[in-house]
Design a protein around this ligand. Structure first.
Ligand SMILES: Cc1cc2nc3c(=O)[nH]c(=O)nc-3n(C[C@H](O)[C@H](O)[C@H](O)COP(=O)(O)O)c2cc1C
Length: 481
């Protein structure tokens, strides 16, 4: 209860109402349908440090297939577009100069491989998509392309890849490197990586190469299968892609970098962009900039779906939701939140005065994480103490506490004001947060005509964009024969 009192004022601080914004510079179909992803990670303490200790929380069963298959079925019942799985390959050891806080509070460690749980979830669902985070800094494109094609086959075209370059020095050290590459250099590596995987996915096996002709004893027409020769500045590939073409060929491309360089990368490559910010203004500025950049890169503004992070705590009434929120607050770990923030930003928050506004400084981590609490909204400053409270439930995104109707209002308000296509919903307590949304909020959204009542048929890309393969305007199409 002590926490609840301490936070009571803070709840109001998190509400960020904006006046309606000027019309968008491109057409937007009305009413815009809200898209939802569930945000999870193959670990215990994902975005709400400490809440794994809540008696109803099942996050510490992350290492069982049942956790994932039960969750997948729940999400499909709620017609979620996808489950989005985060991942890191290192430990959060920036805070207090070591890994102890992260280890003791289970802050994104232990963390299992996110790819392994996907086939099990695919087996118990028909439509749910899987956006999985894989860092390209630590694996050669040749085996990685095969792994994604395998998953695209096994999921019948429901796989997406969240392209990340990493931000933890501890990951680089784990791979035998003395340090990560510089922030913008990581994106230069990513550009080269993309060219290599596009060639493997799109240019090695032509459509029609696979015959499966048992009577004629011919599985494939070798004249339609080509050796990829990629000689880039960072990667070289001289090989035939090991997999036959999968339903989508290139997985649906997600991206989550939001620095200036990250936005350009998203505008060039991403079909779904995951952004994150503490207020509608911060999110809207990023979203609008990414769409404008995509148009400049020759793509359609609406080909890039933008999801923003949010955590929802809800119940049949406002009072019930508020009571749940208060109950959750008794389990949060502010120390754990600062361990997360320190890892994301590269700034050791234990060294900062708790009540002085945070200032931007150049760091070799997630530039956008630091920007969102400093330069992104000049009208708002954040102290480390406020950030610890903000990030303790749901990480860097906003928390919405309210009845099913209030949450639906809030979704619609963000859709109108923040120029997004939907939400990446983190959990406070899992699977309770997702069950509350599926059983309470989704029916309300459906009643308002802003949420689908059935899945569109086909692959994940077909569900999102109406086509199985990337369009001609996408850079992957340029490598096709
Ligand atoms: C909302 C969001 C989620 C992210 N999730 C991951 C993740 O799961 N794993 C990871 O290594 N990086 C993740 N990142 C990091 C980005 O992909 C990117 O590498 C990082 O933000 C640095 O780029 P930036 O400075 O352009 O934002 C995430 C970033 C954001 C903004």
């Amino acid at each position: 209860m002590e926490h609840a009192v301490r936070y009571a004022k803070f709840v109001n601080q998190r509400t960020d109402y904006l006046a309606p914004q000027p019309p968008l510079p491109y057409p937007s179909p009305m009413p815009k349908q809200i898209r939802l992803n569930a945000f999870d990670m193959n670990c215990i303490g994902h975005q709400s440090p400490g809440l794994w200790t809540h008696p109803r929380d099942r996050a510490d069963t992350y290492n069982t297939l049942e956790y994932w298959t039960d969750l997948a079925k729940t999400l499909e019942r709620g017609l979620f577009d996808a489950i989005f799985l985060a991942d890191v390959l290192g430990i959060y050891d920036v805070y207090k100069g070591g890994p102890e806080t992260a280890l003791e509070q289970a802050v994104q460690v232990p963390v299992n491989d996110p790819l392994m749980v996907i086939p099990a979830m695919a087996y118990v669902t028909q439509n749910l998509g899987f956006g999985v985070t894989c860092a390209l800094s630590y694996e050669h494109p040749y085996p990685f392309a095969r792994r994604m094609s395998t998953l695209d086959h096994l999921t019948k075209g429901r796989i997406g890849w969240n392209i990340v370059t990493g931000y933890l020095e501890s990951a680089a050290r784990g791979f035998g490197q003395s340090a990560q590459k510089g922030h913008d250099d990581r994106y230069a590596v990513a550009e080269d990586y993309m060219q290599a995987v596009y060639k493997l996915w799109e240019a090695s096996w032509e459509d029609g190469a696979v015959l499966r002709d048992k009577a004629g004893h011919r599985f494939a027409d070798a004249s339609k299968i080509h050796r990829v020769n990629h000689q880039g500045p960072h990667f070289q590939v001289d090989a035939i892609h090991l997999c036959e073409p999968s339903p989508q060929r290139t997985p649906v491309l997600y991206q989550a970098g939001a620095s200036t360089r990250g936005r350009q990368f998203a505008a060039d490559h991403a079909e779904c962009v995951f952004i994150n910010g503490p207020s509608q203004k911060v999110v809207r500025d990023i979203a609008t900039d990414i769409r404008a950049r995509a148009v400049k890169s020759g793509r359609d503004a609406n080909d890039t779906k933008i999801f923003t992070l949010m955590t929802v705590i809800t119940g049949p009434t406002h009072e019930a939701a508020q009571a749940k929120y208060n109950e959750y607050l008794d389990h949060v770990s502010e120390d754990g939140a600062l361990a997360l923030m320190s890892g994301w930003t590269g700034v050791d928050f234990s060294q900062l005065p708790p009540d002085e506004p945070l200032k931007f400084s150049e760091r070799n981590a997630m530039v956008s994480a630091l920007e969102s609490f400093t330069t992104a909204d000049p009208g708002r400053s954040w102290t480390p103490r406020q950030i610890a409270r903000h990030a303790a439930i749901g990480g860097r995104g906003p928390v919405t506490v309210g009845s099913y109707q209030q949450v639906a209002d809030r979704f619609q308000e963000w859709m109108d004001n923040a120029d997004v296509d939907g939400f990446n919903l983190a959990y406070a307590v899992t699977p309770e947060t997702f069950e509350d949304i599926v059983d309470g909020v989704i029916p309300e959204l459906q009643k308002r005509g802003v949420y689908k009542t059935e899945y569109a048929p086909g692959t994940l890309r077909a569900k999102l964009t109406g086509r199985d393969r990337l369009p001609a305007s996408h850079p992957a199409a340029r490598v096709r024969r």
